[in-house]
Write a protein that binds this ligand. Structure first.
Ligand code: NI
Length: 171
């Protein structure tokens, strides 16, 4: 495992549609381990492979009770409700903006062992999943702002909002 450098939003790989993974082999498992370690070191709530320069559909998300979900070829297969709140991105350090996301999502993908899994999540974790899956399509949170005026430095937020924003989805 290794902590890898996190790329900034101006790197072209962050604007590409990442490729689907065919087989979950040891190279993919190593990628997952590096993503998890890099996410925890940042620290962040999620991380997608393109953010460390790998254009493959792989991401990790930290759940509410600190478990780490690793997903290969993740996709939202069910959603419900809407949440509007601030989120940030490890590839856009220091900035946050208001983004509307589904409140609850069911995400389908393959696990680190190659098994098909479905994960249901709500709130912060659901926001992180949607943020990371966006990365796999070359989409950044700045593309989804409810209003451009909501893009601001973290310090400009109220303290309670800062905590929420950082906890929610620095992914
Ligand atoms: Ni991000």
């Amino acid at each position: 495992m290794a902590v890898r450098p996190i790329l900034n939003f101006d790197q072209p790989v962050l604007r590409e549609k990442a490729k689907r993974v065919g087989r979950v082999d040891t190279s993919i498992q190593r990628l997952i381990d590096d993503l998890a370690e890099t996410m925890l070191a940042a620290p962040g709530a999620g991380l997608a492979a393109p953010q460390i320069g790998v254009p493959l559909r792989v991401c990790v998300v930290k759940g509410d009770d600190n478990q780490i979900w690793a997903l290969v070829n993740p996709e939202v297969v069910k959603h419900d409700g809407v949440q509007v709140g601030y989120e940030g991105c490890l590839s856009y350090p220091g900035w946050v903006g208001e983004v509307a996301r589904y409140e609850t999502v069911v995400v389908k993908g393959r696990s680190r062992r190659g098994k098909e899994v479905r994960i249901k999540s709500s709130g912060f974790t659901a926001r992180a999943f949607q943020h990371e899956i966006d990365h796999l399509d070359g989409v950044l949170f700045t593309d989804r702002l409810t209003n451009i005026d909501t893009l601001k430095r973290i310090e400009e937020l109220e303290t309670d909002q800062q905590e929420a924003a950082v906890a929610a989805a620095s992914g």
